[in-house]
Design a protein around this ligand. Structure first.
Ligand code: 5GP
Ligand code: MG
Length: 181
């Protein structure tokens, strides 16, 4: 893999190689399979960013489970806007279900702070949040903490492993952090 990549008009440097991410994602899949064995969980994948994490994680889920997709939008360029829009909502009835929300990364927590109460209105039995990455120093809302995560990151903008800069860079299997301009 390249140590430095160019994505749109910015340069990024390697932060986490794919092999390391895969190891942690596999371990989380095994942990969730053990903990949710009798729960018939519904995995809700938050698009677009979580598609790669979800695809890898779900291969390590070895218990009966269903999945669904939603799209939430809060980011513009390299900063959170503080406004959350549900671009594509849930189609199924989640009443009484055990939900695992799959997120690529929790940054300020704004997205989940607004979305989790919306989810609870539909009366699921439980909601767990599994985020591939978290930025603990950036978190602004205590109710937006991940129940599970693969790795904590410094407060830097990252691309790769599903995450984009200006729509580009989602396809890299490795994670990169932005370099100063
Ligand atoms: P939050 O609402 O927690 O501030 O951010 C939530 C969403 O913003 C994440 O699910 C992710 O899609 C996006 N996001 C947060 N941090 C980053 C980052 O460092 N890089 C990219 N590409 N997206 C991010
Ligand atoms: Mg996201």
């Amino acid at each position: 893999m390249d140590k430095i990549i160019q994505v749109a008009d910015r340069r990024f440097s390697l932060l986490l190689p794919a092999a390391e991410i895969q190891e942690r994602v596999a371990a989380l899949g095994q942990q969730l399979s053990a903990e949710l064995a009798d729960k018939d969980p519904l995995f809700i994948i938050v698009l677009n960013g979580a598609f790669m994490f979800a695809s890898d994680l779900l291969k390590h889920i070895s218990i009966p489970a269903t999945l669904s997709f939603i799209r939430l939008v809060s980011y513009q360029g390299t900063a959170s806007t503080g406004q959350v829009t549900v671009a594509t909502g849930l189609q199924e009835d989640i009443r009484g279900r055990h939900i695992v929300l799959l997120e690529d990364i929790i940054d300020t927590g704004t997205t989940l702070h607004y979305f989790l109460p919306e989810l609870w209105k539909q009366e699921p039995a439980s909601v767990r949040v599994a985020a591939c990455f978290i930025k603990p120093d950036a978190l602004l809302f205590a109710d937006a903490k991940a129940d599970y995560s693969c790795m904590a990151l410094p407060e830097k903008f990252v691309v790769g492993y599903g995450m984009d800069y200006q729509g580009y860079g989602r396809n890299y299997p490795d994670l990169y952090e932005v370099l100063p301009e």
